[in-house]
Design a protein around this ligand. Structure first.
Ligand code: F6P
Length: 326
């Protein structure tokens, strides 16, 4: 018999499509294993403010297809303080919550790690962020849907870019990670991607211009990852306008559209697998681990590894992009 009688579940940080599918799977798997579930609203902020509700299977009906998170989300400044975390812990005690499932990105797992260390509460994390920047998992919940949204948008931009013989810089999200930009560029047939992982070492835009990025084409699309290192799409466009006034340059910043929408099949399945495995992990006495997926197999990644290590970009994808875009 597991010592865990009641779990709490929360989503925190930037929302990601598939979070609802994860909430559903965690809730149903817990109930299946005779564990009660408390939904915590607005992430760690709601834990401090005592926004907690008992969840039954019906609470998670009809949500697998919905974007966003029914539990809402927030970024909590107060939770960064010892006083805030003390309040959060008292809230867990008040509701008889003896383990937590935290769904989110880097910041969420960092918070989970500190809370676990300070109060000895078992926590399992699910990686959910469109950025795909968590070490120890091949993909994160929400990444595939965001990539599909980028494809849909860039395909449309391609139509108008072609009609006007224009050069478009399209900025995508990623918070210092180039997964969305690089794979988005490959999937849309873009001419290039400017990503932070490379920009720190080389001036990608200068290289692009030097090699004549228009080659045989009249229109071009370059995906730029948002980051100080890349200078963003605006920065790239300004530079090109100055150096090459003959180019008809335009900028599109895709922004938060990338975070919304109904999750893709891949994200629904990934979130459901990870959600069920989060409860398996707790029942197996796993503590303070993130559920990851590596080569299609579920793995447990200690928080310390998932947070501290930098997930590398597959540099061969740059070569693939270069060759396929000539
Ligand atoms: O981490 C997800 C993300 O969408 C990043 O790609 C982006 O930099 C950031 O969140 C935006 O955060 P906010 O929604 O708080 O503006």
């Amino acid at each position: 018999m597991s010592a865990i009688k009641t779990i709490g579940i929360l989503t925190s940080g930037g929302d990601a499509p598939g979070m609802n599918a994860a909430i559903r799977a965690v809730t149903r798997s817990a109930i299946y294993n005779n564990i009660a579930v408390k939904g915590i609203y607005r992430g760690y902020k709601g834990l401090i403010l005592d926004e907690v509700e008992e969840f039954k299977t019906q609470n998670v009906s009809n949500i697998i297809q919905r974007g966003g998170t029914i539990l809402k989300t927030a970024r909590s400044e107060e939770f960064r303080t010892p006083e805030g975390r003390q309040q959060a812990f008292e809230c867990l005690q008040k509701h008889g919550i003896d383990a937590l499932v935290a769904i989110g990105g880097d910041g969420t797992l960092t918070g989970a790690r500190i809370l676990a260390q300070e109060f000895g509460i078992p926590i399992v994390g699910l990686p959910a962020t469109i950025d795909n920047d968590l070490y120890g998992t091949d993909v994160t919940i929400g990444y595939d849907t965001a990539l599909n949204t980028i494809i849909e948008c860039v395909d449309k931009i391609r139509d108008t870019a072609n009609s006007h013989d224009r050069l478009f810089f399209v900025e995508v999200m990623g918070r210092d990670a180039g997964f969305l930009a690089l794979n988005g560029a490959i999937a849309t047939g873009a001419e290039a991607a400017i990503i932070p992982e490379i920009s720190r070492e080389r001036d990608q835009l200068a290289e692009l211009i030097e090699h004549g990025f228009r080659k045989s084409k009249n229109s071009s699309i370059v995906l730029v990852a948002e980051s100080e290192a890349t200078g963003g799409a605006m920065g790239a466009a300004e530079r090109v306008k100055k150096q090459y006034p003959q180019f008809d340059v335009r900028v599109t910043i895709l922004g938060h559209i990338q975070r919304g929408g109904s999750p893709s099949a891949q994200d629904r399945i990934l979130a459901t697998r990870m959600g069920v495995c989060a409860i398996d992990a707790l029942l197996e006495d796993q503590r303070n681990v993130m559920i990851g997926i590596q080569n299609e197999e579920i793995v447990y990644v200690p928080f310390s590894k998932a947070i501290k290590n930098h997930k590398p970009i597959n540099q061969d994808l740059l070569r693939i992009l270069n060759i396929s875009s000539i």
